[in-house]
Design a binder for this molecule. Structure first.
Ligand code: MRU
Length: 400
C-alpha cells in the first residue's frame, strides 16, 4: 500500500501554515515529499522516473541519497527540488559531527547547489536553511531548526501554489465569459503541476481552481522532449485530476494557435529575473514566440521563491546541459509490460541536451504569483515584493 500524507500532515502540523488538500492519485491524496510518519529522519518521495507506469514511493535516509535523487531526477520541478534540498539539508544536519557541524553543512550546501544549476528554488532553500540554522546556538538546536525550516519551506510551497491558483482563476474566468462558457483551451509545456511542487503545481493550480469552480477547461499537453515531462507526467497528473487533456508533439503548438484552438498558454518557471525574463524547460521560448505572433496571451506562474533578485538579464542564468542520451534514447513500457530503453539515433550520433531556454519578458503577458498577477517588469515586480529590494544587485558573473 502507498502511504497517504493526510494523517502525516495533521500529525506534524506544528510548523505548518495550514492543512492543505494534497493532490490526487487513484483516490488517494499525496504530497510529492514528506517525512515518514513513523520516522521523521526518513524522507519519502515519489520516484518520478518511474511514472506514469509505476507509482513508487522511495525513502531517502542521507543527504547523499537526496543529492542523487535531485540530480538524477527522481524528484524534479522547481518547487519540489527546493523542498527536497530543504529536507536534504536537514538529513545532512543529522549526519554532521558536533565538532565540525558548520563546515560539514557548508560542504553539503555546495553539493546541493551543484546538483541542478538552473532552478532558483534549490539554492533559495539551501540558503534559507543555512540562514535559519545560523540563529541557533548548538548542533542539536540547529538540527531541530533545519527540520522545522524544511517543513515550512514545503508548506509554503504548497500554500503559495494554491494562491497562484486563486489568482490565475480570474484570468480563466474572464476568457470563459468571453467564450460564453465554452471550454477554455490552455496549452502548457513541461510539467509545472503538483508533481513539480509539493502540491497543486504552479501552471496547473489555476486549472485545478477552474475545475473546482465548475469552469470547463481543456489542456493541450506538450510532450516536452527529451525527458517527456509532458507525456509522462502532466498528462498522467491531469488524467488523475479529471481534467480533459490532449497530448501533442512539441512542434504542434504553433499550428494549434494559428487554428484558434488555444485560448491561453500557462507555463511554470525554473528561474525568473526581477526584470521579468523567464527561464523554463527547453522549447518554452518557441511557444512564447508563436503565442506573440498569434496574439494569444502567454502567462508564467511562479511562487516568489523562483525569482532571482540579483540578475537583470535572463541570458545570464546558467542553463543546465544534461546527457545527450536523453535525446538519443527513449525509455517506455513495451506491450508485454516490460520497461525498455531503445536507441533512436545512430550509435555514432552526438547530441547536445540544453535543458532550459530564456523567454524574454517582452513575450510574457503577465506573471501569476502568490501575491497576485503582475506585469513582467522590474518596478511592478518590486512593488509586489517590496521586501526583496535589499536583495537587489547585479552579479556580473552569476553562475549560482
Ligand atoms: O528538468 P525539470 O523537469 O526539473 O524542469 C523543470 C520543469 O519541470 C519545468 O521547466 C517546469 O516547467 C517549471 S518547474 C515548475
Amino acid at each position: 500500500m502507498f502511504e497517504t500524507t493526510e494523517t502525516l500532515i495533521t500529525a506534524k502540523s506544528d510548523n505548518h501554515l495550514q492543512i492543505i488538500r494534497p493532490m490526487n492519485y487513484n483516490g488517494t491524496h499525496y504530497r510529492t515529499i514528506w517525512p515518514d510518519l513513523n520516522n521523521e529522519q526518513q524522507i519519502c518521495i515519489i520516484d518520478q522516473r518511474k511514472l506514469p507506469h509505476d507509482f513508487i514511493v522511495e525513502k531517502i535516509d542521507t543527504a547523499e541519497q537526496m543529492v542523487t535523487a535531485i540530480r538524477d531526477m527522481h524528484v524534479r520541478g522547481a518547487g519540489l527540488i527546493g523542498a527536497a534540498a530543504g529536507f536534504g539539508m536537514y538529513l545532512a544536519s543529522l549526519q554532521a559531527p558536533d565538532t565540525s557541524f558548520d563546515a560539514f553543512m557548508a560542504a553539503a550546501a555546495k553539493k546541493f547547489d551543484a546538483s541542478r544549476p538552473t532552478a532558483r528554488n534549490l539554492m533559495w532553500a539551501v540558503e534559507r536553511i543555512l540562514q535559519a540554522m545560523s540563529q541557533a546556538t548548538n548542533p542539536e538546536e540547529k538540527r531541530a531548526t533545519a527540520y522545522a525550516t524544511a517543513c515550512i519551506i514545503a508548506d509554503e510551497d504548497a500554500e503559495f501554489c494554491r494562491r497562484i491558483g486563486e489568482h490565475g482563476l480570474r484570468i480563466i474566468e474572464e476568457i470563459s465569459r468571453k467564450k460564453n462558457g465554452a471550454p477554455v483551451n490552455i496549452l502548457t509545456h513541461c510539467n509545472a503541476g503538483w508533481l513539480a511542487f509539493v502540491d497543486h503545481g504552479s501552471a496547473t493550480a489555476p486549472i485545478y481552481a477552474a475545475r473546482d469552480a465548475g469552469l470547463p477547461v481543456h489542456v493541450w499537453v506538450d510532450e516536452t522532449r527529451p525527458w517527456n515531462q509532458g507525456s509522462r507526467l502532466t498528462a498522467w497528473e491531469l488524467y488523475h485530476e479529471g481534467i480533459p487533456n490532449t497530448l501533442i508533439c512539441d512542434n504542434a503548438g504553433g499550428h494549434l494557435m494559428q487554428l484558434g484552438q488555444v485560448d491561453m498558454v500557462i507555463v511554470g518557471a525554473d528561474r525568473v529575473t526581477h526584470t521579468g525574463d523567464v527561464v523554463n524547460k527547453i522549447g518554452t521560448y518557441l511557444k512564447a514566440l508563436a503565442a506573440k505572433d498569434t496574439d494569444i496571451p502567454f502567462f508564467v506562474a511562479l511562487p516568489s521563491s523562483t525569482f532571482d533578485w540579483k540578475l537583470d538579464n535572463g541570458m545570464d542564468i546558467p542553463i543546465e546541459l544534461r546527457s545527450g542520451e536523453e535525446i538519443t534514447t527513449l525509455t517506455g513500457k513495451d506491450f508485454q509490460g516490460k520497461l525498455r530503453t531503445v536507441l533512436l539515433a545512430g550509435e555514432e550520433t552526438r547530441a547536445a541536451n540544453y535543458s532550459f531556454d530564456v523567454t524574454p519578458a517582452r513575450l510574457v503577458e503577465s506573471l501569476i504569483t502568490e501575491r497576485g498577477i503582475v506585469k513582467p517588469e522590474r518596478n511592478a515586480i518590486h512593488q509586489l515584493f517590496p521586501e526583496a529590494g535589499h536583495l537587489e544587485g547585479t552579479r556580473l558573473q552569476d553562475k549560482s
